[in-house]
Write a protein that binds this ligand. Sequence first.
Ligand code: M7G
Length: 292
Amino acid sequence: SERENTLSGFLTTAVLSDSAREKTIFIHGKLADQEAVVILEKTPFREETLAEIFNGSKLKLDMKNDIYSTYRLQAPPHLNEIKTTVVCPATEKHVNKYKHQESFLVEEAWEDYQSITLPYIQEQSFSVQWVYNILEKKAEAERIVFEDPDPETGFVLLPDFKWDQKQVDDLYLIAIAHKKDIGCLRDLTSDHLPLLQNIFQKGKEAILQRYNLPASKLRVYLHYQPSYYHLHVHFTKLGYEAPGCGVERAHLLADVIQNLQSDPQYYKTRTLYFPLRADSGLLGRFKEAGRL
Ligand code: M7G
């Protein structure tokens, strides 16, 4: 049975960003007196529903000229749904995450990571309660696509909440490690190769099985900096430009594995580059430290 809810009491404070091309709008507001962020997104067309759209819809003519005409089509309501994401109660950091902003590229040597980034992460990062809920089957249990329960090398693979799973064109899954002590790329050493290889191998196999999508159609990567400091790997369909997936933040899992094979301490010695948004607290710390 479908669970129902209501947004009718939502009061808009501000539009954080919107995109005509992506057909999305990010809104900050209040829901039952709590701060909230609501994301509305029009979803892609699906070939298997085209017949229903053509047969079940009214066409209203806008204009006709020679062989050209434009219409407004009123599709049946169930084919005209808006994907809606709600973050409530939302923190100020959530509001900032979704605000459109200029970004700046930061150069982070290992020493910068230790003296600037790590202390900031320890104080300020988003809660990973949602991740623990998934690992402990307290949320999204029915959405799990694959699980390897091994405490050292195991993980849970499930649809990212950005993907409505209606079509494979915008496939987006995340693999979440069972191991809880790996925050990000900087924590990885060659000790973690069995875990990373396991996620890579079994993640690809599970996606082939379930969605009939071969490894040659997948982009498999980690973010640095991530939003959530608990090791997770993104699996998206090659060619799908997922929102928030800039080249500067993405590190291909295949490269991460090879880098650790050639140098066990690779991510503890290299300078890493990543973009930070104008009002990011971490950017402020890099400025204070004279590193920008
Ligand atoms: P990230 O690289 O830490 O941060 O990835 P980003 O959001 O800045 O890319 C975290 C990933 O987890 C993102 O792709 C999110 O869309 C996804 N995600 C976040 N939350 C809170 C959830 C959730 O509750 N459930 C699921 N399934 N995915 C989530």
